[in-house]
Design a protein around this ligand. Structure first.
Ligand code: NAP
Length: 243
């Protein structure tokens, strides 16, 4: 079985790749700019005894997504059974200061990419009568966040998109689900100031920052072949933050 993980060279995507590989699933690793990290990850994955390959593509660009899917099919000789839409960016600012390009960049990278990749994956999944689509949203897509109107809108869009795809393809053996991480230790959150971090931590009942592996395990649950009766769901991996 073959999985494609977008934005997979570092952070949460990297942990997802390793979790899938540990479960004996072949993984296509997509990256945009982190080529060295992607190479290192692929050699780590090979050691786990599964097939892998790295594929450069900016998934906010439809043409690059088309090429990505064609390249993956060519290398592995099979179509993608598990798609993990993980790639994402932030361009935070208060609404009054948010530039239109900050809005468009975030919607393109976080939401349009999910549309492009899912659309490309779905035809072969429908033919195979099997598919697992897992998209990484965020708890801010559920509750909103000051300074992140663009990001929160993109992440909420992923949820509504996923529920629609789940309804459309439930009868074809395809499930579509969302993992909504809370506060996870990666480059994305490293940039936050210490006082902001400790403020967020106070709202986490579990009392710690989440790890990329916490998110990866939730993705693996949805990716599992056996979990065919769970679709259109949003699983918050947030230490109880939004309960
Ligand atoms: P990260 O460390 O900043 O990594 C982001 C990844 O996305 C990188 O691998 C990057 O690839 C990739 N990426 C961005 N734009 C891309 C594009 N246009 N095409 C292909 N790849 C692209 O962030 P992270 O924390 O691991 O985030 C992963 C996902 O989890 C994102 O969707 C994020 O919104 C979500 N999330 C994170 C948190 C958190 O607390 N960290 C919380 C909620 C949700 P390159 O490095 O190759 O350019």
């Amino acid at each position: 079985m073959l999985a494609l993980v977008t934005g997979a060279a570092r952070g949460i995507g990297r942990a997802i790749v390793l979790e899938l590989a540990r479960n004996k699933i072949d993984v296509a690793i997509n990256y945009n700019s982190s080529s060295e990290a992607a190479k290192l990850l692929s050699s780590e994955v090979e050691k786990l005894g599964v097939k892998t390959g790295i594929f450069q593509a900016n998934v906010s660009d439809r043409d690059q997504v088309l090429k990505l899917f064609a390249d993956v099919k060519k290398l592995f000789g099979e179509s993608i059974a598990i798609l993990v839409n993980n790639a994402g960016i932030t361009r935070d600012n208060l609404l009054m200061r948010m530039k239109p390009e900050d809005w468009h960049d975030v919607i393109n990278s976080n939401l349009n990419s999910v549309f492009y990749c899912t659309k490309e994956a779905i035809r072969d999944m429908a033919k195979a009568k099997f598919g697992r689509i897992i998209s990484i949203s965020s708890v801010v897509g559920l509750v909103g966040n000051s300074g992140q109107a663009n990001y929160a809108a993109s992440k909420a869009g992923i949820i509504a998109f996923t529920k629609s795809v789940a309804r459309e393809y439930a009868s074809r053996g395809i499930t579509a689900n969302v993992v909504a991480p809370g506060f996870i230790e990666t480059n994305m959150t490293q940039v936050l100031k210490d006082d902001v971090k400790s403020g967020i931590l106070q709202s986490v009942p579990v009392g710690r920052i989440g790890s990329p592996e916490d998110v990866a395990r939730a993705v693996m649950f949805f990716a599992n072949e056996c979990n065919s009766y769970v679709t259109g769901q949003v699983l918050a991996v947030d230490g109880g933050m939004t309960m």
